[in-house]
Write a protein that binds this ligand. Structure first.
Ligand code: 5RP
Length: 239
């Protein structure tokens, strides 16, 4: 591991700890995000629960990875369908693949975009935890935007994406032959944009293609962004 990677790992931890410390209060319904940054929020919440400074959290994982991290950290989990949760979360703390200057984000590098989006759009507040290099001028040029597709619709969705001039790759996994199968039993196309796009419109357009269940653009809501800087500080949202 290089010195730079160690710095990024430390930043992920700082961002996750800062967001959990600032945003989570006793009695909240909390969406537990996916990825190597959000896991630090899970671990921070676990420490606060075991120390008694936090109580009565209803934790809803956004993926099987987040669920296993909660189990490892000793946090019991539940689902959006739990009547105590009532399909609504107070806060989600999650990572992102890219963040643009308008505060729009892309997600799904860990293939968890659908549940992440369901949770994010069902929450009062979403804290996004990232390190500084995730900030970009335009989304989808360097890091691809995933599009989750039901298997039956793979061919027509691929044609529809190509027809829009997008660069399209079916995501393949490691440790398994063939395509990645998401937690929801679907496939993923990774889509790269040829040029900057109106991501608010693109999110709507991609999700209007029959067979697409979610696009990894999360532009239809606002986020509180916690950014770990290379100097060891964390830039937090105002207020
Ligand atoms: C998973 C996600 C992750 O939150 C995103 O990929 C960021 O992950 P990491 O913090 O490990 O870079 O969207 O689907």
């Amino acid at each position: 591991m290089s010195r730079g990677e160690r710095g990024i790992d430390a930043g992920k931890r700082r961002a996750g700890e800062a967001a959990a410390g600032r945003c989570v209060r006793s009695g909240m319904r909390v969406g537990m995000g996916t990825g190597s940054t959000a896991v630090w929020a899970i671990r921070t919440i676990a420490v606060a629960l075991s120390g008694g400074s936090l109580r009565d959290i209803l934790a809803v994982p956004t993926s099987s990875q987040a669920e296993f991290e909660c189990f490892d950290a000793g946090i019991p989990t539940t689902s959006l369908a739990d009547p105590r949760v009532g399909g609504h979360l107070d806060i989600v703390i999650d990572g992102a693949d890219e963040v643009d200057a308008a505060g729009h984000v892309t997600k799904g590098g860990g293939a968890a975009l659908l549940r992440e989006k369901v949770c994010a759009y069902a929450a009062d507040r979403v804290a996004i935890v990232v390190t500084r290099e995730k900030h970009v001028e335009h989304l989808g040029l360097a890091f691809p935007i995933p599009v989750e597709v039901v298997p039956f619709a793979l061919a027509p969705v691929r044609s529809a994406l190509l027809g829009r001039g997008l660069e399209v790759t079916l995501r393949h996994g490691s440790g398994k032959m063939g395509p990645v199968v998401t937690d929801n039993g679907n496939y993923l196309f990774d889509v790269r944009l040829p040029e900057p796009a109106d991501v608010v419109e693109l999110e709507r357009e991609l999700e209007s293609i029959p067979g697409v269940v979610a696009a990894g653009i999360f532009a239809a809501r606002t986020f509180d962004i916690f950014t770990a800087e290379s100097d060891g500080s964390v830039t937090e949202p105002a207020s």
